[in-house]
Design a protein around this ligand. Structure first.
Ligand code: P6P
Length: 357
């Protein structure tokens, strides 16, 4: 059989990348360990009501995480699976999770590696009880050299510092989507042999789209540029955009982003009056940044609406940001509405200052 005919497993893909010098053995091991943990999470999620793991965590008393959100049993289980899988391998210095207030340093009884792993163990978990796709999102950073005691502050690196990022979507099929900075590639879990097999080498997001993803129920809370942007989308071909748009909103970021990586579109969770005080809804370090890395590696764009997502300098482990990501031309259009609005506001602010001087 010619070498190009046999299926490429995740292991083979990573070994080839290591052989070509794009990753080292520790990062290869880290990604393999995360993928193995995702297989365990996929099994737990797939059992549904039969696994006794649906519903809220905390027997009777609600369990609330650092985000102030009710934890699902599967949130807690997924977090534990990822912590246990990554503790003993010797590839990590510390881990941080949406479900934990602070980072966790690898226990002293194990060797300490040079990477930092961040994850949302089960994003979209509010959809679990209604059997809608959910997913695990992860991001990998290098631990700064010569750090005696790793703390949250060592994780506060911009998205451009990521050495790997990915997600595992638990849908009709379980798929791992990964980048190590050399394109974005999709692997589908072959349950008969228990391994991830490459099904798309080089996912590519079309530059243009006719499909947007946003939670329209927040429309009255949006900033003016977002109101104008979506209003023009809804105006269709009679409006300034000159074409009709379709809308999708799964309320599971992994599912929405996977659709966009597969067929294009724009995903947005903008600032709104409800979440403006927190900086946004979605988390920078383990949602927006890994997704931005994947999307840019697939030819798309990712922005806060005012700044390239990967350039944001983090100020906190659980920092929230507005998110626009997907088809490059459409993200640029959305950003353009914000830039135009801000320019007018700055000018009127200057005029006001002069007139009041
Ligand atoms: P809303 C899920 O809770 C999540 O963090 C993302 O996966 C998703 O895109 C968003 O929140 C959904 O938010 O306000 O529509 O429920």
């Amino acid at each position: 059989m010619s070498p190009n005919a046999s299926p490429v497993s995740l292991t083979r893909y990573l070994i080839e990348d290591q052989r070509e010098g794009r990753i080292g053995p520790d990062l290869r091991l880290l990604i393999e360990v995360v993928a193995r943990a995702c297989k365990s999470i996929s099994i737990a999620v797939g059992k549904g009501a039969l696994g006794g793991v649906l519903g809220d965590a905390g027997e009777g008393t609600a369990s609330i995480n650092v985000q102030g959100e009710a934890q699902k049993k599967l949130d807690v289980l997924s977090n534990e699976i990822l912590l246990e899988a990554n503790a003993w391998g010797g590839h990590l210095a510390a881990l941080a999770s949406e479900e934990m207030d602070h980072c966790v340093v690898v226990p002293d009884e194990y060797p300490r590696g040079k990477y930092l792993l961040l994850f949302d163990p089960l994003d979209g978990s509010s959809n679990i009880d209604v059997n809608i796709s959910v997913g695990t999102i992860f991001s990998v950073l290098r631990c700064p050299d010569d750090v005696a005691q790793v703390g949250d502050e060592h994780f506060l690196q911009p998205g451009t510092a990521q050495v790997a990022a990915g997600y595992c979507t638990y849908g009709p099929s379980t798929m791992l989507v990964l980048t190590i900075g050399n394109g974005t590639h999709a692997f589908t879990l072959d349950r008969e042999i228990g391994s991830f097999v490459m099904t798309t080498r080089g996912m590519t997001i079309p530059e243009e789209t006719k499909e947007f993803a946003v939670n329209m129920s927040n429309q009255r809370f949006w900033e003016p540029p977002m109101q104008q942007y979506v209003g023009d989308l809804l105006a269709g071909k009679e409006g300034p955009r000159g074409k009709d748009f379709n809308m999708r909103w799964v309320a599971s970021m992994v599912a929405d982003v996977h659709r966009i990586l597969t067929r294009g579109g724009i995903f947005s969770y903008p600032l709104d009056a409800k979440c403006a005080g927190k900086g946004g809804k979605l988390r920078l370090m383990y949602e927006a940044n890994p997704m931005a890395f994947l999307v840019e590696q697939a030819g798309g764009a990712a922005s806060t609406g005012r700044q390239r997502m990967l350039d944001v300098t983090p100020t906190g482990l659980h920092q929230r940001v507005p998110v626009f990501l997907g088809s490059r031309r459409e993200v640029e259009a959305a950003v353009g509405y914000h830039q135009a609005h801000d320019a007018v506001r700055a000018t009127s602010g200057n005029v006001k200052a002069v007139t009041e001087a």
